[in-house]
Design a protein around this ligand. Structure first.
Ligand code: FA5
Length: 344
């Protein structure tokens, strides 16, 4: 019996070294451990014919051989798996959940802004990112050499071949106010429109400034539109976005295409208006510019003199997102860092 155990062990070692795939290995498992015809099991079964003392000694040895062979089979299985890793598909391993994408926080805010304005009756329209000098400046009461053009550090498209069809110089739009004239050329008042998208400015970046960022322009044109319509629209909008306790202030400003012009500022939520580096120690954050549409803009659109009035506003979506999500630096939204973006 001892001899046949030894032979069995040697045979198993020989068999194992000749096995090269998992299918053959499974056949070996059956050969040695099969319930009815397995070689080890038949040896173990024959122990019952021995007397008790022999049974104890041989039983222990048979068990050791059994464990050793099982262990060697297991080792072989691992090495076969490792060698053929590329082709091997272990269907018993838990699947990995694919990472689901989601909307960028700026897109979420843009949609939220659009939803609020849509509910107020505004239509959503899109304009081109590459804009003509005419729409970006001239039609907005800033002829060539007008000093107010310096308010926007502009990326000009230099190449002579790259001009609009009518030979106009092209720029990357610095704001979406050009949409005022583009829409007026197509529609007869009354209308309320918002237009969002990317704008570009050749300026140094800091916690509140990016060179490429998202902006929403809104405007309403009708007869008898007033500054108080502008104020209530903006207040209603900010309250819907930030809650009924939201405080905004309108202060006097200057834009060549509005008269009067105002700036919308909102209580800084980072310092509760006590002053911090984000709000420049003022307690208030500038959210956008606005005003009553200048008569020259209506003229450029070909509207009859003094027939219509309207208001317009332009908001930095990044600034809105900073406040909404409590993020102290607008540049974080644009760095495409998954660790940051996956929080939203
Ligand atoms: C304008 O661009 C005007 N077109 C706004 C306007 C529209 C006035 C209609 C009158 C009528 P301004 O340059 O201030 O305005 O920019 C608008 C807002 O965009 C700012 O108040 C600020 O919230 C945001 N903003 C300005 N520069 C940056 C920047 N570099 N990065 C991120 N947000 C900015």
């Amino acid at each position: 019996m001892i001899e046949s155990l030894k032979q069995l062990r040697d045979q198993a070692l020989k068999d194992l070294s000749a096995v090269a795939d998992l299918e053959k290995l499974d056949e070996l498992v059956l050969k040695y451990f099969g319930r009815k015809q397995g070689l080890l099991n038949s040896i173990l079964r024959s122990l019952k014919n021995l007397d008790e003392r022999q049974r104890k000694i041989l039983g222990q040895q048979a068990n050791e051989v059994k464990i050793e062979i099982w262990h060697l089979i297991d080792q072989r299985r691992q090495s076969i798996k490792k060698a053929g890793k590329k082709d091997f598909v272990d269907l018993t391993i838990d699947g990995k959940n694919p990472r689901l994408g989601h909307l960028h926080p700026i897109t979420k805010i843009r949609r939220e802004i659009e939803k609020i304005f849509r509910e107020m009756g505004f239509a959503v329209m899109l304009g081109p990112e590459i804009e003509t000098d005419y729409y970006n400046f001239e039609a907005l009461n800033m002829p060539a050499e007008h000093p107010a053009r310096d308010m926007w550090d502009t990326f000009y498209i230099k190449s002579e071949e790259r001009r609009a069809e009518d030979g106009e110089k092209l720029v990357l739009r610095t704001h979406i106010s050009p949409m005022q004239v583009r829409v007026m050329e197509k529609l007869t008042p009354p209308f309320s429109v918002i237009s969002s998208g990317r704008v570009f400015r050749h300026e140094a970046t800091d916690a509140r400034h990016e060179h490429t960022w998202d902006y929403t322009e809104g405007f309403v044109v009708d007869q008898h539109v007033s500054l108080s319509n502008l104020k209530t629209t903006l207040l209603d909008f900010f309250k819907q976005l930030f809650g009924s306790k939201t405080e905004i202030k309108l202060r006097s400003s200057y834009f060549p295409f509005t008269e009067p012009s105002i700036e919308i500022i909102m209580g800084c939520i980072f310092c509760q208006k006590t002053g911090c580096s984000i709000c420049g120690q003022t307690g208030w954050l500038e959210m956008g510019g606005a005003g009553m549409i200048h008569p020259t803009v209506f003229e450029h659109a070909g509207y009859p003199r003094e027939k219509y009035s309207g208001f317009a506003f332009g908001l930095g979506i990044g600034r809105v997102a900073m406040l909404k999500y409590d993020i102290p630096d607008v540049r974080l939204f644009y760095q495409n860092d998954h660790r940051f973006l996956s929080q939203f």
